[in-house]
Design a binder for this molecule. Structure first.
Ligand code: SF4
Ligand code: SF4
Length: 444
């Protein structure tokens, strides 16, 4: 397990600010309720996803697909523009590692992470990390299960799926498994996730180009670095081999060996070298620069070509996805409807008219109330003859209606015809949902 040595500096400050903001978002978002509705909740058992005030039903999963695709292309876009900054500044693994280190230092003091750390220190750190894993897992689980339900269950001791069984509820199993995984990840896996398991790190060579910034060491100026037994100044290169850049690295790599999968582009080694070398009137040997800048030995951030074929294509795709998402959102009708034939009420000839029965499933995909009118339309004298009552739906409410449709005719004109069920909002007649079904006639 690598516990990086703390370091002050420009990148550390930027990283702290971004980490605190993202961490606060992660903690707060699943607990926000707007008029009693979750701001974000991926309710898998109910197959309903509440995302930023929008309720996405299973048949609208394309909204989630577009959101995920947009996030994916944004990652490609920002990687091409600014390098692998996601890993160093915004990845949950990085942010949680910082949080565990902060708590570790809080309970064990300045010995935390140092060779002088004793078993008595670990005896305080480990229980604190177990508790932290549980708290983080609770927040994580609250993205999938209403936190009110979990809190109620935990405080009342009702962690079972049913009142008369000892089978634990799915949320409790999820919470415990997540606590175990979080603890294992932070105590044993940590930087190995970035080095060996994360696919993003492995793809980075394909995601960046000659103009994407990476953290690199100036070999020409740094080498020949100070060797064992040499005093500072007795070596040809500027690197005094203080090893601080390695000690502050969250993945424990030595950037002087070149760009590696383990480099998160966090810039902490830049801060380290910037702390040491100015004391010897030398500028840092490690900095963000592009391959093109390294080759030409000229680093001028203001002249970096940010507009390139790669960034233009990624940017255009992100823009197109945002436009597609916005258009679908504007055109969205919050009325859900599906229909199935009622097998018991098919093909009845009721003297001068034929009747078919249907089960109509209606839902309100908004948070407001819906008052709906229902009509049967089609090529012929279709009419709804059953009394289904007023169709009033509260936010996210479903209803099943048994509907009988008649077709006036003395003799069956066809074997089947299409019939459309039209649901219209009484408050806003432009809000409509049409659903098609088949009306069959008996063979005569
Ligand atoms: S090498 Fe430097 S930039 Fe890369 S992860 Fe380590 S400290 Fe961060
Ligand atoms: S911090 Fe700078 S001077 Fe110290 S070992 Fe790293 S590159 Fe060399």
């Amino acid at each position: 397990m690598v516990i990086a040595r703390p370091i002050e500096g420009k990148h550390r400050t930027i990283k702290n600010r971004i980490n605190i903001a993202l961490f606060a978002l992660f903690i707060v978002m699943p607990f926000i309720r707007i008029n009693g509705h979750p701001f974000i909740l991926l309710d898998i058992p109910q197959r309903t996803f509440h995302v930023f005030g929008l309720t996405v039903w299973p048949q609208e999963l394309y909204f989630l697909h577009i959101i995920l695709l947009t996030l994916g292309f944004m990652l490609l876009f920002f990687t091409a523009l600014f390098g692998r900054i996601w890993c160093g500044y915004a990845c949950p693994q990085t942010i949680f590692t910082e949080a565990y280190n902060w708590v570790g230092k809080l309970v064990s003091g300045s010995a935390f992470g140092k060779p002088t750390m004793k078993k008595s220190h670990w005896a305080r750190v480990i229980p604190a990390w177990v508790l932290l894993s549980f708290l983080f897992s609770f927040v994580f689980a609250a993205y999938f299960v209403r936190y009110e339900e979990m809190l109620g269950g935990l405080f009342s001791g009702n962690i079972f799926a049913f009142a008369d069984s000892y089978r634990p509820a799915a949320w409790f199993v999820f919470l415990m498994a997540s606590t175990g995984i979080a603890f294992f990840n932070m105590v044993y896996f940590r930087e190995n996730l970035c080095k060996y398991a994360c696919p993003y790190g492995r793809f980075q060579a394909a995601l960046i180009d000659r103009h994407s910034p990476i953290v690199s060491y100036d070999v020409e100026r740094g080498e020949q670095r100070r060797q064992k037994g040499q005093k500072v100044g007795e070596h040809a290169g500027d690197c005094i081999d203080c090893n601080l850049c390695v000690q502050v690295c969250p993945t424990g790599i030595d950037i002087r060996d070149g760009l590696q999968i383990g480099c998160l582009s966090c810039g902490l080694c830049v801060d380290a070298c910037n702390t040491v070398l100015p004391k010897f009137q030398k500028p840092t040997l490690i900095d963000y620069s592009t391959i093109a800048e390294s080759e030409s030995h000229k680093v001028d951030r203001s002249k970096r070509p940010y507009f390139r074929p790669r960034t233009a294509v990624y940017g255009a795709v992100v823009g197109a996805l945002i436009i597609a998402f916005s258009t679908l959102l504007i055109l969205r009708t919050p009325i859900y409807a599906s229909v199935t034939r009622d097998q018991e009420l098919m093909n009845i000839n009721a003297g001068g008219s034929y009747q078919n029965g249907y089960e109509l499933h209606v839902g309100n995909m908004s948070y407001g109330q819906l008052n709906l009118d229902l009509k049967a339309e089609g090529d012929g004298p279709f009419e709804i003859v059953s009394d289904h009552g007023a169709i009033q739906l509260d936010g996210s409410q479903h209803k099943e209606l048994r509907v009988i449709v008649s077709y006036k005719a003395d003799k069956a004109p066809f074997t089947s015809k299409k019939v459309n069920f039209v649901l219209t909002s009484k408050d806003d007649p432009s809000m409509k949902r049409e659903i098609e079904a088949v009306f069959t006639f008996p063979l005569e």
